[in-house]
Write a protein that binds this ligand. Structure first.
Ligand SMILES: Cc1cc2nc3c(=O)[nH]c(=O)nc-3n(C[C@H](O)[C@H](O)[C@H](O)COP(=O)(O)OP(=O)(O)OC[C@H]3O[C@@H](n4cnc5c(N)ncnc54)[C@H](O)[C@@H]3O)c2cc1C
Ligand code: FES
Ligand code: FES
Length: 467
């Protein structure tokens, strides 16, 4: 039985665990404020908040309910726009939208308001930029966004006084949320343990599977892995980073250690999808989805990661990620195997890492070409070790094995990079598609490869020497 709190009501249901949360909310609970736009995670009209206890605190994430199976919210607090009205009527976020004319036809408004209320619940150092950023998964066709940005700035300003010791009490007192939110941490304790893992087809956040196969999935025997304690979290040993498979892209972006180890980490991760998709899309889902342009896949290939596969008998095997992709969407993985962990070596003082992604829009878009590089230098500018990956240039996420093998052990110079790009061009096979012509992708491949070195070694490698 799936159990959760929907706004202020406890729900216990035997409905299909593969039903989307959106359908439950609208057609079973009859809460029609949550809208249906695209059903593909793009528009944010269906945004809800999912609350759970993490590190002994109640945390909320925004999520696209159209891609979220019911089983994934077991034990959580699900908040729809109806659950955000305060006892006095409109809450502070809703009032800011009214005062700043942040709504016209109103179709998108519940999604925007819900995302911004999620920000109010979670934020530690409120500021207008982050408040606007919290709505990056919401699309509006009417307002032109400026009025919505003004509403976000007003909300961020009001949140300056937020009491971080008693956030729920403060938010309820200031009419951001209704007072009954204060009972939620205790009420979440009533639920039974995790749902048992059974079923055949693994599912993480559902942000890939539910875009394509909603009807089939509703009744399919699914193996729900999202939020499972033993599959979630990021750990570090002295030399390794261990990512448990159901950790989300948001877990990666928020991780303080990864941010300090890789200086560009936050900006790289911001290029991946949108806040509500990052909140629920898992790392393993990105790897097994096997998209040739999966961002986390390219990033982890560039880090020369390895994956740990676990079968039904609890037997494990470890595989370099670069050997996982055999052909288009064909993997070295039995149907019964799941990824349990992803591991990579932490960089040392001589290591440099860089990620590049080019798409038609800077944010909330799939890459035309993406690429990551890790390079370890020794004295005398010799390349001791190098790993480089590229997406969008072949049927699989590509590890550029010929290119890196050519460069290993050589002295880094503009001439070497120019020679290497010829090898790179011989091992990629881009095709023309909606994301660009084959010629354009070849051009991007060379330019982004150059860009890695220009960004990482600005003193030694000059753009004009490469072009
Ligand atoms: C609007 C939108 C924008 C997006 N933007 C981007 C983007 O910018 N960059 C990008 O890279 N991706 C993007 N994606 C794709 C997607 O969000 C990611 O690939 C995400 O990481 C998939 O994870 P998931 O847990 O949701 O996958 P799911 O849909 O749950 O699963 C995907 C596949 O992985 C398998 N699987 C899941 N977990 C495991 C496991 N532990 N072991 C074995 N198999 C498993 C499933 O069986 C399925 O085959 C976007 C998606 C949407 C809807
Ligand atoms: S309906 Fe568009 S994101 Fe869910
Ligand atoms: S107000 Fe009409 S879509 Fe946003």
């Amino acid at each position: 039985m799936i159990e959760f709190i929907l706004n202020n009501e406890t729900v216990r249901t035997d409905l299909s665990p593969g039903m989307t949360l959106l359908d439950y909310v609208r057609y079973e609970a009859n809460l029609r404020g949550t809208k249906i736009g695209c059903r593909e995670g793009d528009c944010g009209a269906c945004t809800v908040l999912l609350g759970s206890i993490r590190d002994q605190k109640l945390k909320y994430i925004s999520a696209t309910s159209c891609l979220t199976p019911l089983a994934n919210v077991h034990g959580m607090h699900v908040v729809t726009i109806e659950g955000l009205n305060t006892e006095g009527g409109l809450n502070k976020v809703q009032k800011a939208f009214v005062d700043c004319s942040g709504t016209q036809c109103g179709f998108c408004t519940p999604g925007f308001v819900t995302s911004l209320c999620g920000y109010a619940l979670n934020c530690e150092n409120a500021n207008a930029m982050d408040a606007v950023g919290s709505m990056d998964g919401n699309i509006c066709r009417c307002t032109g966004y400026k009025s919505i940005e003004r509403a976000a700035a007003v909300v961020a300003d009001q949140l300056q006084e937020k009491d971080h010791n008693l956030p729920l009490k403060w938010l309820a007192g200031e009419e951001f949320i209704p007072a009954w939110f204060e009972d939620i941490p205790e009420r979440l304790g009533q639920f039974s343990a995790e749902l048992p893992v059974s079923g055949e087809k693994a599912i993480g956040g559902g942000t890939d599977l539910f875009v394509h196969h909603q009807d089939v999935l509703q009744e399919a025997p699914l193996k729900f892995l999202f939020g499972k304690k033993d599959l979630t979290g990021i750990e570090f040993s002295d030399t390794e980073c261990i990512i448990h498979a159901s950790s989300t892209a948001a877990d990666l972006i928020d991780n303080a250690r990864l941010q300090s180890v890789f200086p560009g980490w936050h900006s790289y991760m911001k290029l991946v999808s949108s806040t509500p998709i990052r909140n629920i899309g898992t790392v393993a889902g990105n790897l097994v989805n096997a998209s040739p342009i999966g961002d986390l896949t390219i990033l982890l290939l560039g880090l020369n990661a390895r994956i740990v596969l676990l079968d039904n008998e609890d037997l494990t095997r470890t595989l370099p990620l670069k050997e996982f992709y055999l052909d288009y969407k064909k993997l070295d993985k039995m149907e019964s195997e799941i990824i349990s962990r992803i591991i990579f070596d932490l960089p040392d003082m001589d290591s440099h890492f860089h990620f590049e992604k080019v798409c038609k829009r800077k944010y909330l878009d799939i890459a035309s070409v993406n690429t990551a590089i890790q390079i370890r230098m020794s004295e005398g500018r010799i390349i001791k070790e190098i790993h480089c990956s590229m997406g969008g240039v072949g049927p699989i996420p590509l590890y550029l094995k010929n290119t890196v093998s050519f460069m290993t052990g050589k002295v880094l110079s503009s001439e070497l990079i120019r020679e290497s790009v010829d090898i790179l061009q011989s091992e990629i096979k881009p095709i023309s598609d909606a994301r660009g012509s084959a010629d354009y992708k070849r051009l991007l491949a060379s330019q982004l490869f150059f860009s890695h070195f220009i960004e990482l070694f600005p003193e030694e490698i000059k753009g004009e020497e490469l072009l």
